[in-house]
Ligand binder design. Sequence first.
Ligand SMILES: [Zn+2]
Length: 193
Amino acid sequence: MLDATYCTRDLTTFCGLQHLGLTATGQHITDTRAVIECRVVEDDKFCHQCGAQGTARDTRIRRLSHASFGWRPTTLAIRVRRYRCATCKHVRVQDTSLAADPKAKISRGGLRWALKGIVCQHLSMARVAEGLGVSWNTANAAVLAEGQRVLISSPTRFDGVQVIGVVEHVWRHARYGDNYVTVIIDLTPGAAA
Ligand SMILES: [Zn+2]
């Protein structure tokens, strides 16, 4: 290789799938969306009940919305194996918890992309939902839960805060309901300058 800055093209790394315990095995790209076929890196073939080796029975496809590349919704189509234990007959599926929560429709990478879009880029939830290729309600519920987990529930979120600003703001021009919101802003970076 002529320039050590570059390495071989790699769809797994480009899509950040290595953090989700996945590896890319194929792609189907159209003008409007992209589907990345993946498999789970960890074989996980030993029975969780008795420890004996299981035999693969079949596979099913788990679909997750992922980070949008170039505003084209990207879906991960994960081939998930189902194993049957040869000893105790217990049947279970491969663990995909690194990629997403058990019933989630959006990958952890997709959630991070959406949360950054809302918080850092000030995107609307409608725009984020469009980027993920999911409904507004699905995006809203998932992003709020991720924000709660990553930002609000973090015990270190006030570390380094020394100066705050407080402002009252009319946010809802309607006759009924709460019309004012109190915004508290971390002014530490500006105060230090
Ligand atoms: Zn077993």
